[in-house]
Design a protein around this ligand. Structure first.
Ligand code: ZN
Length: 284
């Protein structure tokens, strides 16, 4: 059998099993209250369930490096049957990601749209209903979304959440991150001199332009509707002081992940055939 074909099948099988097991395990924990953790911590928590699947994939890549091409092994029908649900989950996630890009945008008051080159769009009627200070506040919030490429990050976050379907805990982590994202952009706007009350006024006025439900891969002023009440109350309080964020930086995470993946590749090259692939193919 062609080595890369067998590698792909094994990645889907073992990566899918790892993702589902971690999804089941994390579902036993209560979801955290939206907006209670820093945005970066919530973003990393969104990705954490993918770590075992990535390590498994790296292990298998290490195994493939030690094998001839084509490999003498072949997989039995049982492996393809077990793989089928994982393939369907991947196809569903891809279709949803594609559909969210193709469908026409839903009505909104003000939002940041565009994955690669985000831009701010605002309904003229909303601008007429807001005073100048509220418009500046709404624009400052959206400019923060533009700076961080948030529409693209929302689209990616939705995709990795869909890869963890059907576990509700994945959806909970996604919503927690969305709430933390809006708090972070509110704080960024206020740190530039915007009054929380002006931002709250813009937020309340723009609600009437949104229908309930998702608005696709765009960052809106409203954000997660379930956390609106707490967010408005927060905006009417003085800006929280700077709290030392102990979350690892993206550079630290990238370095640790690279090291872990390299170790997994090395271990896969040495032990892959003996410990996992050989016994797996023998029983299939
Ligand atoms: Zn927003």
């Amino acid at each position: 059998m062609e080595r890369e074909s067998l590698l792909t099948v094994l990645m889907i099988l073992l990566g899918g099993v790892a993702l589902q097991l971690i999804g089941a395990w994390l579902s036993t924990y209560r979801r955290s209250k939206p907006g209670c953790e820093p945005e970066r911590a919530a973003w990393l928590r969104l990705w954490r369930p993918l770590l075992p699947a990535l390590l498994v994939a790296a292990w298998l890549c290490g195994w493939a490096l030690s094998q001839p091409d084509p490999v003498p092994d072949r997989v039995g029908p049982l492996v393809f049957i077990v793989c089928a649900p994982f393939v369907l989950i991947i196809i569903r996630a891809l279709l949803r990601a594609g559909w969210s890009l193709l469908r026409s945008p839903e009505p909104f008051g003000i939002a940041t749209i565009g994955l690669i080159r985000p831009r701010i769009v605002m309904v003229p009627e909303l601008a007429r209903r807001l005073d100048e200070r509220a418009i500046l506040a709404a624009l400052a919030h959206e400019r923060a979304h533009v700076r961080h490429l948030d529409p693209l990050r929302i689209w990616i976050a939705q995709f990795i959440t869909d890869l963890q379907w059907p576990w509700a805990s994945a959806r909970g982590r996604f919503e927690t991150w969305l709430a933390a994202l809006e708090h972070a952009r509110d704080d960024e706007a206020r740190a530039q001199g915007i009054e929380g009350a002006d931002l709250a006024a813009a937020l309340v006025a723009s609600i009437r332009f949104h229908r309930a439900g998702s608005v696709g891969p765009c960052a809106t002023l409203i954000g997660d509707r379930s956390a609106l009440e707490a967010r408005i109350a927060r905006l009417l309080q003085p800006l929280p002081g700077t709290i030392k964020d102990r979350t690892p930086t993206m550079l630290q995470v990238a370095l640790l992940l690279t090291m872990a993946l390299m170790v997994a590749v090395a271990l896969g090259e040495i032990y892959g055939e003996r410990l996992v692939v050989g016994p797996l193919l023998a029983v299939s």
